[in-house]
Structures are given as C-alpha cells and as structure tokens.
Design a protein around this ligand. Structure first.
Ligand code: C2E
Ligand code: CA
Ligand code: CA
Ligand code: CA
Length: 275
C-alpha cells in the first residue's frame, strides 16, 4: 500500500509493475487503459502571489485502475517513455487539457492558462509544433492559454530540432516553462536561446532548513526577472515558505499549502467560487 501524504493515491500495490517490467503486458495494459478511459487529469491551481488570484493550473495525469485505484504518474510514465506509448498518451493529455480549458473559458468558469507536462520523447518529435497547432485548432483553445512544461534535461540536446519546435510554438503564442528548474543542467546560454516564459523552481529548494536553499531561490528569482521571465515556486507547503517567496518577489506559487491536484469536478467548483 502506497500512501503519499496529501495526495489522492490509495491502495496501490507495486506488484503489477514488477511483472510489467520485462514483458509486453505493460504496453498492453496502457493501451487498454487509454481505450477504456482509465486516464484522467487532475488540476493543481497556481496563484499569483500579489493578487492572490488563480492564474493557472497544472494538468497532472492519473491512471484510475479498475482494481488498483489511482496509480501515480511516476509509476507508469517512465515505462511508457521506454515502450513508445508516451507519445500517444501525451497526445491524449494535451487534447484533454486543451479541451477542458476551452470549456472552462467558454462557460466563464476559469480564465487562466493550463500547464501540460511534455515528456522527452514528445519534445523530440519533429512534428510536435504541428500536432499542437492541430490540437489547438480542434479544441478551439487560444494558444496563449496553453503552457508547456519541459525539463532542462529534455530540452537540451545536441540537435536543433527541439529549439526549432519551441520557436514555432512560441510564434503560435504557446508558452513554454522550464520545470524542476535547478535540478538539471542549468546553462544560462540555453535559457537565453530558448523562448522560455517562466521558470518553475523545483520543490526541492523549498526546504528552508537546507543550507543555501534560500540563496538559490533568491538568485533564481533575480535571474528570471533580469531575463524577463516569470518565476513560480512549486511544492509550497508552509506559510513560512510563502512569506519568504513574497519577500523575494516570486511571481506565482503552487503547492499543498494552497491546493492539492484536484479531480475535475472539484477543480471546476473551486474555479467558479474563486471568480
Ligand atoms: P512535476 O511536473 O514536477 O509535478 C509536480 C508534482 O508535485 C506532482 O506530482 C504534484 O502532485 C506534486 N506536488 C504538488 N504540490 C506539492 C507540494 O506542495 N509538495 C509536494 N511534496 N509535492 C507536491 P504527481 O502528480 O505525482 O506527478 C509526478 C510527476 O509525473 C510530475 O512531476 C511530472 O514529471 C510527471 N507527470 C505528471 N503528469 C504528466 C503528464 O501528463 N505528462 C508527463 N510527461 N509527465 C507527467
Ligand atoms: Ca510539471
Ligand atoms: Ca516540477
Ligand atoms: Ca518532475
């Protein structure tokens, strides 16, 4: 049984994953799950520190297994990356997130952006920009309300393909943020070449008792602003963390202190109330 504090995962036993590892079963199960509508998105609100308004939300994938309950993404995404299923699954996430955000916008429930995580495989598809453009057209969501979250390690590659895709996406109006910032190869050169709107400070750095974390957070905020990027802190769990981030002029916050990732119904209700 896996029980993460503050999360919605229950009664998950890792045995199925052990059996999957060396077989085709996992791909089969993922395909079946995709066909059988076993995937859902949960939405974690992001707040503007100054106004307190909800300005964005991150879509987080959950597998609602008929027998096993919610399976967290860390348990199946790495495997889906390996067997190639992640492209299909990632497309489902993108379409579902854009469709839902368009629905919220048209019903006046919510006016913010939706953040979607992109895997390394997705990012390296030559036709990525084209696919996203089609999804935006199909769902009717305006590009400025979509933010793609990429990690430093996935973005930084030898070839120029990723850079070209990101430039095309930026031209469409889509935003790109760097996820888990500070944990990968942070090269200032890449940050200035890539069309990045926002840095997401990794939750690791929220631990104020760890030496230098406050100094690291401070410098990430200063650097983001001097490069005309916004900055959001992830994994905010306490009031002290919030007070510190406010003092240091961090733009946005996301974390259990405010909201957990919420299932659709709860997210919609919250957004309506928060209007
Ligand atoms: P991530 O993109 O860094 O997402 C943030 C994770 O931190 C989420 O875990 C979220 O539930 C958790 N979190 C949020 N607030 C707090 C907090 O205050 N404290 C702590 N300790 N954790 C917090 P989750 O949902 O289990 O997702 C784990 C990872 O799985 C994500 O990390 C992301 O890398 C990946 N993932 C999730 N959905 C997708 C998806 O649709 N596509 C891809 N490619 N990856 C995804
Ligand atoms: Ca993310
Ligand atoms: Ca993150
Ligand atoms: Ca991560």
């Amino acid at each position: 049984i896996r029980e993460k504090p503050g999360s919605n995962f229950h009664f998950f036993s890792p045995d199925i994953l052990t059996t999957w590892k060396n077989t085709f079963n996992m791909e089969f199960s993922l395909r079946k799950a995709l066909k059988g509508n076993q995937f859902e998105l949960h939405y974690q609100p992001q707040k503007d520190i100054k106004s307190g308004n909800i300005v964005g939300c991150e879509a987080l994938l959950r597998w609602k297994h008929p027998d096993k309950g919610y399976i967290p993404p860390d348990r199946f995404i790495p495997l889906a990356e390996k067997n190639g299923m992640m492209i299909e699954l990632g497309e489902w996430v993108l379409r579902e997130a854009c469709r839902q955000n368009k629905k919220w916008h048209s019903t006046g429930t919510y006016r913010g952006l939706i953040g979607v995580n992109l895997s390394a495989r997705q990012l390296h598809q030559p036709e990525l920009a084209e696919k996203i453009k089609n999804i935006l057209e199909e769902t009717g969501l305006s590009a400025e309300y979509l933010e793609l979250e990429i990690t430093e390690s996935a973005a930084i590659s030898q070839n120029n393909e990723v850079l070209n895709s990101l430039k095309q996406l930026r031209e469409l109006g889509v935003h790109v943020s760097i996820d888990d910032f500070g944990t990968g190869y942070s090269s200032l050169k890449y940050l200035s070449i890539f069309p990045i709107s926002k840095l997401k400070i990794d939750k690791l750095f929220m631990k104020q008792e760890v030496q230098n974390n406050q100094a690291i957070v401070k410098s990430i905020i200063t650097m983001s602003h001097s490069m005309e990027m916004k900055v959001i802190a992830e994994g905010v769990e306490t009031e002290e963390q919030l007070v510190f981030l406010e003092k240091e002029n961090c733009d946005e916050v996301q974390g259990y202190y405010f909201y957990k990732p919420l299932p659709l119904q709860e997210a919609s209700e919250l957004f309506l109330q928060a209007q």
